[in-house]
Ligand binder design. Sequence first.
Ligand SMILES: Nc1ncnc2c1ncn2[C@@H]1O[C@H](COP(=O)(O)OP(=O)(O)OP(=O)(O)O)[C@@H](O)[C@H]1O
Length: 295
Amino acid sequence: MNTMNSTVTSNNETTEAPAVPVQDERPAETIIQEGVTVGSPYADDPKFKLRDVEVFYGESRAIKKISLDIARNEVIAFIGPSGCGKSTFLRCLNRMNDSIDICSVKGELMLDDQNIYDPKRDVVELRARVGMVFQKPNPFPKSIYDNVAYGPRIHGLANRKSDLDDIVEDSLRKAGLWNEVKDRLDATATGMSGGQQQRLCIARAIAVSPEVILMDEPCSALDPIATAKVEELIAEMSESYTIVIVTHSMQQAARVSNRTAYFHLGHLVEVNETDKVFTSPDHELTESYITGRFG
Ligand SMILES: Nc1ncnc2c1ncn2[C@@H]1O[C@H](COP(=O)(O)OP(=O)(O)OP(=O)(O)O)[C@@H](O)[C@H]1O
């Protein structure tokens, strides 16, 4: 490892600074082997089985032969430098990329042994099973009640008003929001705080009884208190759902996930138990990233 000594000056005293590592000079491309992920990328009885996945934006290949299993009811965190493909890969799991004209997906992507990209697949039903929470809270400009009731209504999940009321209450309770909003369900959702809006979006996702919740940097627009609430919620929800979270915060990945997947330049470099990734990663690029040498 290269080290660099620098000199720091304070109170007219000059001292030798501790050696700080500098980034390895070798280009990452020469360290990464396409299609090879170190650690434990596979699982017994996976919820998602993903093999040799490639994603193109026009001619540009954003995801390069990634293979990964996502286990039932695990929380897996996707981390890596900006632009390495975390969100692109996440959006393959419920075909959110379909809305981007120039985007094409190759490889085998299975959810419970069913092909996610089967042309005959009902994408609305897929997205009810695999819900999504975005970076920026995006409630509909409707009442709190109607935001949560929207999905159950369009999926015909409640025959009677009382059934719908029960789904709304149950979803808001699971999202840790019921006590804060039970007396103002008719108030407009856009008047809530950012943290409340994000928990409302989580309630909206939960209301259609998903099996998986995808979260794309769900706390990046939230303050530390709202972030802590969403993280508590992730821990509670992990008992019932499979959760995949993209995060720029390594502390957050360490707090909420069972396994962590490290992406670099469109490759999946390492997947391991989260404790291992943050204490003794198997790949030198993962180590460089978690020790802050780039990213
Ligand atoms: N709609 C798009 N059209 C063209 N290229 C795109 C599009 N979305 C993403 N890309 C490119 O694909 C690559 C991966 O981007 P992606 O957003 O998946 O990375 P990321 O790891 O989630 O980044 P960040 O952490 O900054 O959100 C980048 O080179 C990006 O510029």
